[in-house]
Write a protein that binds this ligand. Sequence first.
Ligand code: SPV
Ligand code: MG
Length: 530
Amino acid sequence: MNKAKRFRELLNGDRHFFLMEAHDGLSAKIVEEAGFPAIWASGLSITASLGVRDNNEISYTQLLDVLEYMNDAAGLPILVDGDTGYGNFNNACRLLQKLEQMGIAAVCIEDKKFPKTNSFLETKLDALADPLEFAGKIRAMKATQTSPDFAVIARLESLIVGAGVEDAVKRAELYLDAGADAILVHSKRPNSKDIDDFLAAFTLDVPIFIVPTKYYTVPVSHLIRDKRVRGIIWANHNVRACVTAMQEVSKKIYNEGSIASVEGTIASVSEIFRLQKNEEYLEMEKKYLPLYPNLSAAILAAGGPGSLDFNKPKALLKINGKSILEHQLDVLKSVGISNITIVRGYKREEIQASDLTMIDNHKWNSTNAVYSLSLVASAMGQPYLVLYGDVFFKRYLLRSIIDYAAERPSADVILVCVKEDYIDAGYSLRLNKKMDLFGDDSELKVVGVCADGEGMRDGCDVYFSGLLMINNHLAVKRLLRGEDIEGLHTSDFMRNALNQGLTLAVIMSSREAIVDVNSLNDLMKAGEIL
Ligand code: SPV
Ligand code: MG
């Protein structure tokens, strides 16, 4: 439901409601969080917060600028203090058009001459607008609005300038006849006599707004005895609260030459971030910002279908309608990685992509993934990710491994590992320490490579998943230059790396986040990861 409609429902409801003053985006949001159903965009407060007088010193476009922030920051309908409409009927119509376009719910205009003065400073009888001219302004505004719900509220200043209740009633009737949706009757007395007298003399059954700034001691229960009293405006209390708080804190900091004693008495910086919806930004960043545009990745997709009864490279195996390779490319591209190399082998002509680099492993039938990796390594001039062609994983794992690599340049290679030997790889990796109960994997590294069943130590052995990051690309390039490279398995590569003094850091993942597809069962698991 749009804001004008929501305001219209409040107006037509059978209960009074409170409008709280706001003067900028932040205060509008605070009013909303406090629970109010609507906002009063006070002219006094907005001008004060801008450091000028409430004498039409700002233009209507400057008012619109402030309102745009307020309307964006809060989901509440806003009743705008439109002063006298910023000129004659024509200016008031232009104001209304712009407010409506912006999604503002309602405007209140007061029957004074332009330029106006704040009601609590006004004493001159001739400050009042000609009633017929003001009625014409309302008629023009109501004829201008395009939605039926936008509300125009006519504000009576008769009691402010001492023109009396009779004048106020006559004007109210005129303005309602011109199409006003409600009346605001203003008073600066410290008691409710003006309001009580007006309500007694005025007989039409329309919604009435009041502003009890000066008669704040009168209980609300008294003010709402007349069921027509619909909107009660707390008109300036947020700007006044700000002034007191800012004066106190500025004085204290100045006097003490320190901020130490005020910290803890004022909103925390994180509260400011919360009000600014920083969380929302972080979520959007995750979705839309290319995080790692300069990073490269290699996909080792030379292998055949393995034990799976399938006549294509395993990377082309489909999960939920898309091949493993397509899923891998999607996830890489979603974090901004577009510099991607694919090592092809078995049925290499079936793997095509014009925007990616292809390297062919012609010896795919007699070599292992390490040989494919060596072909990539010789071409790489910076750190890079490596995805075995059959590994399937959640996107956050990429971020974990990349961020880990950036934070720890001393980690030469980073391996994503799992606790379970579901891969049946024939080897396990022995870690420097036992995983604790909470899975803290900071500073985990490989200290040995064990053949299967070779004296497993409880909690110290893990399995490589098929996702790794080569952080020290130069050292790995050297390591993969050996003559025996064609016969090496992944476990040999790791042993050699340890022998050369490289650090193989480990990030642990659960099986719910990464699957190496070797069987139909794995295929089903991979489908669940999506
Ligand atoms: C305002 O809040 O700007 C008002 C109400 O117009 S008053 O200040 O009481 O005139
Ligand atoms: Mg005002």
